[in-house]
Design a protein around this ligand. Structure first.
Ligand SMILES: [Zn+2]
Length: 183
């Protein structure tokens, strides 16, 4: 019975190993570097979907157009950096240095699965910011300027204070930013 048992464990190990590889690839196949963020996504379609969902409104939209970027990628970089700067202005918090990661995921199911795997907790998030990883996980399906600004506000607050404010304060500030970024 020794051999089949070993074979079985080997097969299970392989499955876990392969699953982890495909999972890692699914999360971060490609990268886009902005001034403040590293955006990770499985394929360009997902990045473009995110771009489509991230409708900036009149004021910010006009600012991106004025930047006259050559490629769509540049346009997306400008958009992301502009939202970061707008959130900083709304909160009146300008951290000396800011860098974070954005992981684009197709749907809220993916966001919730990652949260469950990391924290062993079931949640109904469509996006969240991990303070420890300095990373925003966001479902592209549900992305909007409001949702994205909320998470970016968590990033700004996190980078601004040397001593982390209580969770409730974090949340109130993120909600405030979310409401005031949209014009
Ligand atoms: Zn929040």
């Amino acid at each position: 019975m020794e051999k089949p048992a070993k074979g079985k464990w080997y097969a299970i190990w392989c499955l876990i190993f392969l699953f982890n590889i495909s999972f890692a690839q699914a999360v971060s196949c490609q990268e886009l570097q902005t001034r403040y963020a590293t955006v990770q996504y499985a394929d360009t379609t997902l990045l473009y979907d995110f771009d489509d969902e991230l409708y900036l409104g009149r004021q910010l939209g006009r600012m991106v157009k004025q930047m006259r970027s050559v490629s769509r990628q540049d346009d997306i970089k400008n958009k992301i950096d502009l939202v970061v700067e707008k959130v900083e202005t709304v909160l009146d918090m300008f951290p000396a240095k800011i860098h974070f990661t954005i992981v684009l995921l197709p749907s809220r199911k993916d966001v919730q699965r990652i949260y469950r795997e990391k924290y062993n907790k079931k949640v109904d998030h469509i996006a969240y910011y991990s303070l420890r990883e300095k990373t925003i996980y966001i479902a592209v399906d549900d992305a909007s300027l409001r949702v994205f600004s909320h998470e970016v506000a968590h990033v700004v607050v996190d980078h601004f204070f040397e001593v982390r404010p209580p969770y409730r304060i974090h949340e109130v500030l993120a909600q405030y930013a979310e409401e005031h970024v949209v014009d």
